[in-house]
Design a binder for this molecule. Sequence first.
Ligand SMILES: Cc1cc2nc3c(=O)[nH]c(=O)nc-3n(C[C@H](O)[C@H](O)[C@H](O)COP(=O)(O)OP(=O)(O)OC[C@H]3O[C@@H](n4cnc5c(N)ncnc54)[C@H](O)[C@@H]3O)c2cc1C
Ligand code: FES
Length: 254
Amino acid sequence: MSIKPTLIKAPLVENIQLGKDYYTSWFFAPDIVERISPGQFVMMESGQYLLRPFSVYEINEDKIGFLYRVVGGGTSFLSRLQVGSKVSIHGPLGKGFSFAEDKNIPILLVAGGIGIATFPIVARVAKEKGYKVKTLFGARSLNDLVCAEVLKKDSELEVITDDGSSGRKGFVTELLTHELQRDKRQEVFVCGPTPMLKSVIKVCNEFGVIAQVSFEEYMACGYGVCMSCVIKVDGKYIRTCIEGPVMKSNLVTS
Ligand SMILES: Cc1cc2nc3c(=O)[nH]c(=O)nc-3n(C[C@H](O)[C@H](O)[C@H](O)COP(=O)(O)OP(=O)(O)OC[C@H]3O[C@@H](n4cnc5c(N)ncnc54)[C@H](O)[C@@H]3O)c2cc1C
Ligand code: FES
């Protein structure tokens, strides 16, 4: 059964700065909270002509939280929003992650950079359902390892940084290769920038593992009409806002 998205005006409850350029923003949004699945996203008014897409980071009672890095006008607008200000939020949108029926299959979360924003809710729900969860988090440096403490509550966490300022120096694909060499019977969920997704899919292919990959293509509408989010699959263009953002790695070209 598909759940229809709702367009609401939601008041900001809290804005928390997590580190240089990183924030979580919490909005009162019970209508969306009650229907969200881990891995889904919303389109949010961000002081720009177009709404901006954000993964759901976590929910807490009637509140919905987003974790983001300030990169431009929209994310800067959100970071400066005053408590009580209302913004339009359209959601929940897209398809999230699917959990395997067999709870003995561990879940391996693989995040690159701000791709981590989608995983705290996934880790918590997976743990509540009875799965063993491990997170591999690759970031540029220590400053970019946001929400590591939150993830540690619900999953084992291993980090790696490009500059070696925390954890090992290197890329998250190295941790993934090691994990799959140890045990390739794991349900792999991935989110991060496109080059990292491609490298992760390549590693998964080498091990014959089909991962669930969350794509963060540019999205202008979020509900299937503008075609700004298409990717090529088997020679056909598909809309990642409708067929995704989470898709099986064997469906997408690497
Ligand atoms: C389904 C989905 C979920 C997302 N979830 C999150 C999230 O949880 N947290 C978060 O911080 N970001 C997330 N993003 C990315 C976020 O939507 C963009 O960073 C945001 O739109 C930037 O808006 P802006 O107005 O601040 O920047 P803009 O002025 O629009 O852009 C600033 C810079 O960021 C680049 N940029 C913008 N959007 C993207 C994109 N989608 N991919 C790569 N580069 C981009 C632009 O090319 C430009 O260089 C998500 C994107 C998608 C599609
Ligand atoms: S974002 Fe408009 S069709 Fe996907």
